[in-house]
Design a protein around this ligand. Structure first.
Ligand code: ADP
Length: 625
């Protein structure tokens, strides 16, 4: 029997494909199963046109078998089968897709969902097999034919016997090498894993004989190993069902088993979209952040299916970074796949889906915020940080999407509130949204400045995450209201008369204040008296664009530029210490210097700024004690 040769380019193409198109060998099985499923679809389609098969849809199946001794894996289907000519055409010509031709010839394309389109998937079998044998018999014909090839050196087609119609593909699995354990493709466990990962939603049963332990008949605790046909795929893509047919429990179980979470999701989003592009999306917001969520290792993305076959496990382009916590999948038949079907071609439809999903996620979060505050707060505890980073990143271009999803702890409500809620409560004479930063809400509550603002009856938002102030600065304003850090000097809380009185007092004490500033050797830009502090003796305020909190955050960064906040040391004019300082000036400047340094250290301690010289502080205190 003369061997027919692949054409020269085909040879190259085949070699290239086997060695470079696919990054993952496992997918050969996905390809063979997809072909089998297509073959069953075609038979089904024909049987709708005319009664050809003699089978009912319930008989349609795909079977996988292994023979460990012979090192073979077999994938069979009772689908349409191929004639000798079709074997030649479809398997002898690389990049010829009988399936695509079939689809093109169909009148109503939505009747069956054909997977194949490139005419290359079949050859991926050569990644794991030395020899591939295809035995096929067309339905309604008595003739069977065998196509056989060892890969690059050509193929043969010969008549043969086959009892039933359909196709059986036998792979002679390669010998193991140091790097590759091809033998794993003979393990039931591995085959199960691949099928449930890639082909779980193929709409025909994928059967395989598996061993299970069963109670021996007539005994109470004696077990025996029995081999029986087992269905490997679950067949039902939950997301294809109608929403009202799915229980919460089904959604939750699906999520937990699919995305390996011990907890049910906080929220489920199931949407079906038709129009310019049709897709089903099943999205979940987890109840808690995964252990690696806030690390570099975390990979965002949604699973991407077309026609129920998994194409990508984590399609990152489907989710913006600020919604990276969302888990789930998208299924669409409309996407342009890359030839390996491992990736997508740059696809504007994909962008369109991503845009729609973003809108959907946002509106679902808004609904949650409105209808189930407790759940939303739980969500925000887990993922709020990501939303705030989202506001900050990209120079604030996403702020419109995100600003109404933010929560900050409120000094007056004693719970997290939205900016909208804050603004709705603002007094008429209030020009700005007040916020304060610190390690914890308790610590912020103790800030002298917080006391000053609260005592005037204003609500203050407490920021306890590093990114908070950066995000607020990026927002610049909300609903026309600016943001003001209460530890900034320009709070403008006093009446004109009060301001005037303080200004006069500072002018009169210029010598004293300058002297004090000098003692601090450049640590602060200004020393002054203030009327805003009520009972507290002293505080540090920042004057420029950089606040003290931001300075702290920046200092912690690996390549800190050492940028410093401009500071003012403010002393409560109504506190006895103010008089004490006046008395010391000129009479005991040595003591004045010590007092000044202690007051500055107090200011640092209260605002959480690290002391440059704690030893000096303790010595100064001892000297004065
Ligand atoms: P694709 O599936 O993208 O079309 P393949 O290289 O996987 O490309 O297969 C080439 C062609 O071979 C298919 O289009 C189909 O016509 C035919 N084919 C492959 N496997 C089978 C099968 N099990 N039954 C019938 N036809 C098949």
């Amino acid at each position: 029997m003369a061997k027919k040769q692949f054409k020269a380019q085909s040879k190259k193409l085949l070699d290239m494909m086997i060695h470079s198109i696919y990054t993952n060998k496992d997918i050969f099985l996905r390809e063979l199963i997809s072909n089998a499923s297509d073959a069953l679809d075609k038979l089904y389609y024909h049987s709708l046109q005319q009664d050809v098969s003699g089978l009912t849809r319930d008989d349609y199946k795909i079977e996988i078998a292994v023979d460990k001794d012979a090192r073979t894996q077999t994938v069979s289907d009772n689908g349409c089968g191929m004639s000798a000519k079709e074997l030649e055409d479809n398997l002898g010509t690389i990049a010829k897709s009988g399936s695509l031709d079939f689809k093109d010839g169909m009148e109503n394309k939505s009747e069956v969902e054909i997977i194949g389109q490139f005419g290359v998937g079949f050859y991926s079998a050569f990644m794991v097999a030395d020899r591939v044998t295809v035995v096929s018999r067309v339905h309604g014909s008595d003739e069977a034919n065998k196509w056989e090839s060892t890969g690059v050196d050509g193929y043969t087609v010969t008549p043969c016997e086959k009892e039933t119609a359909g196709t059986t593909i036998t792979l002679q699995i390669k010998a193991d090498t140091d790097d590759e354990k091809y033998g794993q493709y003979l393990d039931t466990y591995k085959i199960r894993e691949i099928v449930s990962k890639y082909s779980d939603y193929i709409r025909y049963p994928i059967m395989m004989d598996t061993e299970t332990q069963k109670l021996k008949e007539g005994t109470e605790n004696e077990y025996e190993t029995v081999t029986e046909p087992t269905q490997l795929n679950s067949m039902v893509p939950l997301w294809r069902k109608n929403k009202n047919e799915i229980t919460k429990e089904e959604y939750d179980t699906f999520y937990q088993s699919k995305f390996y979470d011990y907890e049910a999701p906080l929220h489920t989003i199931h949407s079906k979209t038709e129009g310019q592009i049709s897709y089903d999306a099943l999205l979940y917001i987890p109840a808690h952040a995964a252990y690696d969520y806030y690390t570099k290792e975390f990979e965002k993305g949604l699973q991407l299916y077309t026609n129920g076959v998994l194409i990508m496990d984590k399609c990152a382009d489907l989710l913006p970074d600020y919604f990276s916590f969302v888990k789930g999948l998208v299924d669409s038949a409309d996407l342009t796949l890359n030839i390996s079907r491992e990736t997508l071609q740059q696809d504007h439809l994909l962008k369109l889906i991503a845009k729609n999903l973003e809108k959907k996620i946002k509106s679902e979060l808004e609904k949650l915020l409105q209808n189930d505050r407790e759940a939303y707060e739980q969500f925000f505890k887990a993922f709020g940080l990501q939303l705030k980073f989202g506001v900050y990143n990209g120079f604030g271009i996403h702020k419109d999407t995100l600003q109404d999803l933010l929560l900050f702890y409120s000094s007056s409500e004693k719970k997290p509130v939205t900016l909208k809620e804050y603004v709705s409560r603002m007094r008429e004479d209030q020009k700005t949204i007040y916020y304060a930063c610190g390690e914890t809400t308790d610590k912020i509550d103790l800030l002298p400045q917080a006391d000053a603002v609260k005592s005037k009856g204003f609500e203050v938002l407490y920021c306890t995450d590093d990114v908070d102030e950066f995000a607020l600065r990026m927002l610049r304003e909300y609903d026309g209201k600016s943001f003001t850090n209460i530890c900034a000097s320009d709070l403008d809380l006093e009446t004109e008369d009060e301001k005037k009185a303080v200004e006069d007092e500072n002018a009169a004490a210029r010598d004293l204040l300058d002297k004090m500033k000098g003692y601090l050797g450049g640590a602060v830009d200004t020393v002054r008296f203030t009327g805003k502090l009520k009972t507290y003796p002293v505080c540090l305020t920042s004057e420029g664009a950089l606040s003290l909190e931001m300075e702290k955050v920046l200092d912690r960064l690996p390549n800190s530029s050492g940028a410093k906040a401009q500071l003012a040391l403010e002393i409560n004019r109504d506190h006895p210490i103010a008089q004490k300082l006046r008395d010391l000036s000129g009479t005991d400047d040595e003591k004045l210097e010590k007092y000044t340094k202690i007051l500055y250290a107090q200011g640092c301690l209260i605002s959480g700024k690290p002391l440059e010289n704690p030893v000096q502080l303790s010595e100064l205190i001892c000297e004065l004690m």
